[in-house]
Design a protein around this ligand. Sequence first.
Ligand code: C2E
Ligand code: MG
Ligand code: MG
Length: 741
Amino acid sequence: MTDASDHGAPADAGAGFLTGPPPELPADQAALHLELLGSRFRALVDHVPAIVYVQPIASGPMIDVSPGIESLFGVPREEWLRDPSVWQRLIHPEDRTRVLEANRIADETGGPFREEYRAVASDGRALHIRDQSTLVRDAGGMPLYWLGFMIEVTDTVATQRELADATARYGALVEQIPAIVYVDIVDEDMSTSYVSPQIDALLGYTQQEYVADPDLWKKMLHPDDVDMALDAYLRGREAGGPFTLEYRLVARDGRVVWFRDSAVVIHDGDGRPKFVHGVMLDITDRKAAEEQVAFLAYHDKLTGLPNRTMFEELLELSIARARRHELGVAVLYMDLDDFKLVNDSLGYDAGDELLRQLAERLGEATRETDLVARPGGDEFLMLLADLDRSPAMPGGTDGGSIVAQSVALRVGQTLASPFILGGHEVYVTASIGVSLFPQDAIDTASLMKNADSAMFRSKKAGPGGFVVHADDDADALSRLSLSTRLRKAVENKAWTLHYQPVVTLEDGRMVGLEALIRWQEPNGGLVPPGEFIPMAEEMGLIEAIGDWVVEEICRQDELWRIDGLSTEISFNLSPRQLWQPELVSKIIARLAHAGMDPSRVVVEITESAAMTDPDRTQQILLDLHDRGVRLALDDFGTGYSSLARLKHMPVDVLKIDRSFIREVDADRDAQGMVSAMIALASNLGMTALAEGIETEAERRFLALRGCELGQGYLFSRPVPAGEILALHRRASLRVVDGEAG
Ligand code: C2E
Ligand code: MG
Ligand code: MG
């Protein structure tokens, strides 16, 4: 509605559209228009559910209006056509100023006018009116009159208001609950059309960031949950029903947040899935509580160590794995001697403290992969898994048994220093029983029982010792005394060296010897190094043994030289020996004393020993090398050398481990690896040496690949010194067609 009569601007003020005197509209032209309107549109105008009106551009009452105006406002049509102020009187007082102002602007500019306002009918009904009008001009562009429409939109407005209310209500809900609400679009990208702002506080990403990157959810998924969560989501979406999944997301700052995500799939009219609406609830606290409960079920409260239940479950798993891979498992059962004394004299708090400190020391005495548990009281359990079952030599004690005994020994040593309990120094000892899979028992219950009874036997034998369970008690006693016997062997120097020839692979010529130690038992047996070197290291006896080896080599070399044999001799250093202070100067002094040229001596250290503390090792090796000693990297391929390291180590010989050679006949991978190792040696300027060659086929393969040197039963087993001269005299140690070549 425009009402020029009421816009307040004087008719002749300024330069507005209608500010000049109203154009002299020829009366017949206006009449013509109205007539046209009347004849052609009257029927239409009278029946559309809207009020059509014609308003003069100058002030004054309506020129024409649909009859419906009467029922809408309850004001007779005649009054509208007579009184210009009806309209503004009907506008709701709160909307009146705004509407009249809009009206004035339309008048001034030539429109259009478009407003929604409330009105009050003469009977008091509240109405919502949408009102718009346009200025109609003649062919020359001269304004003629305003043509307008009024529609009642009361219902629509009510609906919209409800909608707005609802949106506000649910919006508040969606954006206040402690969860993330999202709307995903069902598409290939799994893109998101809405996510609630809580995402910021919970995960550190803004709504915009999340919506902009359809992959963000996937990227945030915890690596361990990615597959499971994606799969569950896609399957849930596919199935079309409500679905729930639980997963972890990694927030921007690295925090891990657990979510329970409950979603529903929304379908369109044709039943096609359109959206996934979901709520992601933060359940991190609940998960932590669950984990705490699980932890308590499996752990000892006092020390935090695993309890018996967990120990037995892990033992079960270890046994299964050991069966599959032919490995060994050891169970150590430890019981403190006279723990009651501590409780009785210092009180239970001190007793608890002792157990806690003990738990810590046991962790230090065992290997990182071992499990220490506390079944209760003053008892502790240790599980040593994945033990090597193979004996170092046929018929010898297996590696697992040796590891178990050295751990038992180390635990004993750990207890040697006093515990400080409330200012008191307390000394304790413990008895340990050892049971081994598969030697003693092959199931969890029997292993536990045997370890327990071995522990009791150890207790009977006196405090502070260990017993390896065996069916034969005599055998158990002989094993118990391994450490004692070893100490005696060091005293008596009960050692001997065997020598294994190093040969050229091309023609089998002997070019050197490797010295390998054996322990001569009083009963005449020879114990291979794999059975006592680890124990000797544990007991701190390796230094004495190593000294003896160098001395013996010097002595033997002198004898051979008299007989005309002057060859290269290598000997082995074990990892612990590398840490000895003065190692290098001691070796050099002894060689000098015997008049042995250092360049005929090769020191072998294993790859894994070299790489354990490479900086330090490199220093020792450089030191040795500078003094003319040659160096070999033993068991190459079993450790984890860094090539960069290797390049800078002054190594002369790379000894490819026996385990690869054994496989070259059958395994293409092994062939590839051995070839690569030979090439590596050559590239680094080292000589490749293959260990443990047993067949002619292996020799041929290696020779063909350019491996220069080898050792192995094919040429000769390690033999006593007395047999070496005979081997030396042979032109070739290679056996061809069953004969010495
Ligand atoms: P290693 O230095 O790698 O020595 C090679 C081992 O393989 C020797 O075992 C040898 O007898 C064996 N061997 C040689 N040729 C063949 C073959 O064709 N087939 C098979 N199946 N085996 C073969 P041994 O003498 O029992 O020595 C075991 C390990 O003990 C040595 O491995 C070395 O690391 C260590 N060792 C030997 N002597 C000493 C020593 O005086 N001091 C130290 N610290 N360690 C030593
Ligand atoms: Mg060696
Ligand atoms: Mg080796």
